[in-house]
Design a protein around this ligand. Structure first.
Ligand code: HEC
Ligand code: HEC
Ligand code: HEC
Ligand code: HEC
Length: 368
């Protein structure tokens, strides 16, 4: 009798519970190999607003120039990176970066009004020069990532990929300060059990990005031996790995199955090609942070630095901003080959004049 009542209750409750579930017309794409059922389900309610927010910049028309145009390095006084461009294309590139990075502020955001255009007075110009070199480096040396699809003309990045019409990109990150110790010497939480925004508010450690997108720690969770021998994988390492994976999924607006066959997360042979592209993405983000962002630390004024005095850094979200192809895969670079040219060895170590170096407030280590 009792069992009957329970069954009746369950039958009556089931439609009620199901009524609370969402049944929009979901889109599903097959991401894995045939037979693995690795479908990616996209909910238009969530994806819709993200896609609607992707605005493309207005095209910058070409500047008519004579058939034999002088190079900008022969016309202007202080061009260290873009010297290989015809003068007309150089000016067009200036117009473009103004529209992509500082449309409100205009040329004056990097060129102090009243000064010569060749002067490096403002820190923003010094940063911008490094950024031009960085963008060329991304487009020429990280094709495995930014042109992974191999579609002719597709892929590549411009300043707009990250900046979207703002001087400070919307999705940057700083190293999180270590949480304050609450008790005696045993109370150091080592940053564990703290929700991090970068890891989708999971409690997988306070700083899921520094170990991988700045440092080069091993991204491992699965043991390769039955017993813990040699360097076994620790719980902390596993938590941090999952923290990074949460960040990657969130930045791209995808689920784990976009890159893994969850039968075995570690197995490369069973993972779709997107995982390989992501692998290059991790190495690229680290390279950009170490080779381009860190050297700019002294150039930025204190109000642009993070809570531990560190420079703003690039993550997957800086370019992707919620979609697995930034700006739905719009071919931005196609119309600006100037940003796809190789970086000349000398120009990559662009000088940082002392006048442009902002004073950096140094913090006592105890404040961390
Ligand atoms: C986001 C920063 C930024 C903005 C905005 C900007 N520039 Fe520049 N400009 C630079 C950088 C960086 C260089 C040096 C490039 C190099 O070293 O290859 C430069 C160099 C120049 C030069 C060469 C000067 C010389 O003699 O060395 C001219 C001319 C110039 N810009 C014009 C403009 C004009 C006109 C605008 C507005 C339409 C503008 N720029 C907006 C960053 C900027
Ligand atoms: C991969 C992403 C990325 C790309 C591509 C990129 N930037 Fe940046 N940019 C950043 C980050 C991160 C910062 C640091 C944010 C800050 O200023 O606090 C930054 C800062 C700047 C600043 C300083 C703004 C300020 O007010 O402090 C300028 C100027 C700038 N970028 C110009 C450019 C130009 C010009 C290009 C294209 C040639 C470019 N960026 C391409 C990520 C990018
Ligand atoms: C955009 C692609 C991508 C997404 C999405 C993604 N991963 Fe990963 N994952 C990778 C890559 C690439 C590696 C290997 C990194 C390396 O070895 O340097 C990896 C490694 C791992 C590992 C470590 C495997 C080992 O060797 O021990 C685990 C566990 C893992 N991912 C779980 C997840 C989970 C859980 C999710 C969803 C929350 C997820 N991943 C989402 C790309 C992705
Ligand atoms: C400098 C900007 C930039 C950064 C930073 C970046 N990506 Fe990408 N990513 C791109 C571009 C551009 C494409 C599109 C390539 C194409 O269309 O061929 C792309 C494509 C991908 C793809 C393939 C999508 C597909 O369906 O083919 C994956 C997966 C991916 N990125 C993962 C990541 C991960 C994970 C990170 C951070 C560890 C990251 N990306 C950081 C610019 C970036």
């Amino acid at each position: 009798m009792k069992r009957f009542h329970t069954a009746l209750l369950a039958t009556l409750l089931a439609p009620l519970l199901l009524a609370g579930c969402e049944k929009p017309p979901m889109d599903s794409t097959q991401t894995g190999f045939r037979g693995t059922a690795m479908g990616a389900v996209q909910n238009p309610r969530i994806v819709g607003p993200v896609e609607a927010a992707q605005k493309l910049p207005d095209p910058v028309p070409a500047i008519p120039s004579p058939p034999v145009s002088p190079l900008s390095r022969d016309v202007f006084k202080n061009v260290q990176v873009l010297g290989d461009l015809p003068a007309g294309e150089f000016t067009r590139t200036m117009l473009a970066i103004t529209a992509w990075v500082a449309p409100q502020e205009g040329c004056a955001y990097c060129h102090k009004a009243g000064d010569e255009l060749s002067a490096d007075t403002l820190y923003t110009k010094v940063v911008a020069r490094k950024m031009i070199a960085m963008t060329r480096h991304i487009n020429t040396d990280w094709k495995q990532h930014v042109a992974a699809s191999g579609d002719a003309g597709a892929g590549g990045v411009t300043c707009y990929t990250c900046h979207r019409g703002q001087p400070v990109p919307a999705r940057i990150w700083f190293t999180a300060p270590a949480p304050r110790q609450t008790g005696g010497s045993t109370a150091d939480s080592n940053g564990q059990n703290r929700p991090a925004v970068a890891a989708g508010l999971t409690s997988l450690g306070i700083d899921p990005l520094s170990p991988y997108l700045l440092g080069n720690e091993r991204i491992r969770a699965a043991a390769t031996t039955a017993l813990p021998v040699n360097a076994p994988i620790s719980i902390q390492q596993t938590e941090k790995t999952f923290g990074l994976m949460m960040h990657m999924s969130q930045s791209l607006g995808v689920n784990c199955t976009y890159c893994h066959n969850t039968r075995s997360h570690a197995e490369w042979a069973e993972s779709p090609p997107t995982r390989t592209t992501a692998f290059h993405g991790i190495n690229m983000a680290r390279d950009l942070n170490v080779a381009y962002m860190l050297p700019l630390t002294q150039v930025f004024p204190a109000n642009r630095l993070g809570p531990t005095g560190d420079v703003a850094k690039v993550s997957c979200a800086t370019c992707h901003q919620g979609l697995f192809k930034p700006l739905k895969g719009a071919p931005l670079l196609k119309d600006h080959p100037a940003l796809g040219a190789p970086v000349a060895a000398a120009s990559d170590t662009t000088s940082v004049p002392s006048t442009a170096v902002a004073k950096v407030a140094t913090r006592p280590a105890t404040q961390r």
